[in-house]
Design a protein around this ligand. Structure first.
Ligand SMILES: [Zn+2]
Length: 45
């Protein structure tokens, strides 16, 4: 089960291997954190 690299929440998996969020540099980020933080911050993880 995927976990968000920022808040640690579980990330729901959708069908066909998609997740409710994004993967940045190999780290999974939930859709909430994706909205909350700007992309340039997420790239520094
Ligand atoms: Zn999160």
């Amino acid at each position: 089960m995927a976990k968000c690299a920022i808040c640690g929440n579980r990330i729901e998996e959708l069908f066909l291997g998609k997740i409710k969020g994004t993967i940045i540099k190999g780290k999974t980020v939930c859709s909430d954190c994706q909205r909350k933080y700007k992309e340039n911050f997420l790239e520094q993880l």
